[in-house]
Design a protein around this ligand. Structure first.
Ligand SMILES: Cc1cc2nc3c(=O)[nH]c(=O)nc-3n(C[C@H](O)[C@H](O)[C@H](O)COP(=O)(O)O)c2cc1C
Length: 182
């Protein structure tokens, strides 16, 4: 007799990324979540209402810009940083899309779906750098999501490159999150 397939929970990881660091972290968090979830990873302006409606966990992350979430101006600033000679930076394929700030205005309210926030930021005390994840978590709560984890930061160096070990830490964070929700 054929056994009934167990239905797995679904998670959506939504990221905003200019230089690719937050995108990389989003993919690694998804790797950690896959132990317990079917996971989709999408750039911020590609998340559809259908995807948003069919999930058990929403994870949202973005780069810290000017101590918080990016703005149109700071995203333009990111383009200028990358264009500087010798920056070594390339823009993420979806870097021209909308930022999380605008995205949050357009999404529907949730009824207590579990959620978590992360960011990338410079490796220095958070009191100096700011943390986009704090603002992301606040917006998730305002939208009715149940924030189930402390907002987490993954660190880059002053040349905007992800520090060694941070990708592995993102996998571990995703796995921990899966344990909490799954
Ligand atoms: C315009 C601009 C402003 C930034 N402001 C901050 C900041 O206030 N605090 C911080 O820690 N990092 C700041 N950063 C660094 C970014 O947070 C860091 O490079 C991040 O990893 C970028 O993520 P991404 O590669 O996904 O775009 C800033 C970067 C840019 C381009």
């Amino acid at each position: 007799m054929a056994r009934k397939k167990e239905s797995r929970m679904r998670a959506l990881v939504v990221y905003e990324s200019m230089f690719g660091n937050t995108h990389t972290v989003a993919e690694r968090i998804a790797d950690g979540l896959r132990r317990r979830f079917d996971v989709t990873v999408v750039a911020v302006d590609k998340a559809t209402a259908d995807q948003m409606a069919q999930i058990d966990l929403l994870v949202v992350g973005g780069p810290t810009h000017v101590h918080g979430l990016s703005s149109e101006r700071s995203r333009q600033g990111a383009h200028e940083v990358a264009e500087k000679e010798g920056s070594g930076l390339t823009m993420d394929p979806d870097a021209d899309g909308a930022g999380l700030r605008d995205w949050f205005h357009g999404i529907s309210d949730s009824h207590e779906t579990a959620a978590a926030a992360f960011d990338t930021r410079i490796d220095a005390p958070a009191a100096l750098t700011g943390r986009a994840s704090k603002g992301i978590a606040k917006r998730l709560s305002r939208r009715g999501y149940r924030v189930v984890a402390t907002p987490e930061s993954f660190l880059v160096d002053k040349q905007n490159r992800l520090l060694p070990g941070e990708a592995a830490r993102a996998v571990a964070w995703g796995a921990e999150l899966a344990e909490v929700v799954g």
